[in-house]
Design a protein around this ligand. Structure first.
Ligand code: NI
Length: 220
């Protein structure tokens, strides 16, 4: 692996690992993602794991997250969560053997997706200890709500407010291509904007923690 990924992760709190996934696996994951999203949009499926909101005027239902993704009956996603490329990458950036803890699909539906407000996933762990890996199934751009970060904010103390960090800035938008993996420290301040395009922007997010470290449940 390119050492600059580890350096970026430690210095800035995030790093991009380009083209981690080959086309055959990416195609399988995209097909599974299509099927899981269509359960909601076409099949009327509702469960505690399908998170959505209702638009104010049109009353359209907007899916934004499929939680506990490793329990939705997708073999390709289950394999990814169990062991493989993402585990190896997490081990490299954290510097210790890593286990996957939670997995979700982030869905930005065309035109109607909401922004994700600025937040930190966790502040209960030290910097460089726990990370989230976002595997992009679609190209992620400034037009469809790519992730944005405040570099080095993972080093800010837990009690420092996200807004305070933001005002100091800077803010960096990080576009990615389908098959890329974006790694971020759970402490880094991040968010994303709306999807202004006609296409879905989907990513699979898996949290990794050192083997042996117990964490309370997270939203990632
Ligand atoms: Ni987050």
């Amino acid at each position: 692996m390119d050492e600059s990924v580890v350096t970026d992760f430690r210095q800035n709190g995030y790093a991009l690992s380009p083209r981690l996934l080959g086309d055959p696996l990416l195609a399988r994951l995209r097909a599974e993602a299509d099927r899981l999203v269509r359960r909601f949009t076409d099949g009327g499926h509702r469960s505690d794991d399908y998170w959505y909101f209702e638009r104010a005027v049109s009353r359209d239902l907007v899916l934004y997250r499929i939680h506990k993704l490793q329990r939705q009956g997708s073999a390709a996603i289950n394999d990814l969560f169990a062991d493989g490329l993402l585990h190896a990458l997490a081990r490299d950036v954290l510097g210790v053997p890593a286990k996957s803890t939670v997995c979700a699909m982030i869905v930005k539906m065309p035109r109607v997706a909401a922004r994700v407000p600025w937040h930190r996933d966790r502040t209960s762990v030290p910097p460089h200890t726990v990370c989230n890996l976002s595997l992009f199934l679609d190209d992620s751009t400034t037009a469809n709500g790519c992730l944005e970060f405040v570099p080095r904010s993972h080093l800010s103390p837990a009690e420092v407010d996200g807004d305070e960090v933001l005002q100091r800035g800077p803010v960096r938008a990080v576009p990615a291509q389908a098959g890329d993996v974006l790694i971020h420290d759970v402490r880094v301040v991040h968010g994303s904007r709306t999807n202004e395009t006609e296409s879905f922007r989907r990513s699979i997010v898996v949290e990794f923690a050192p083997v042996g470290l117990d964490l309370a449940d997270s939203e990632g």
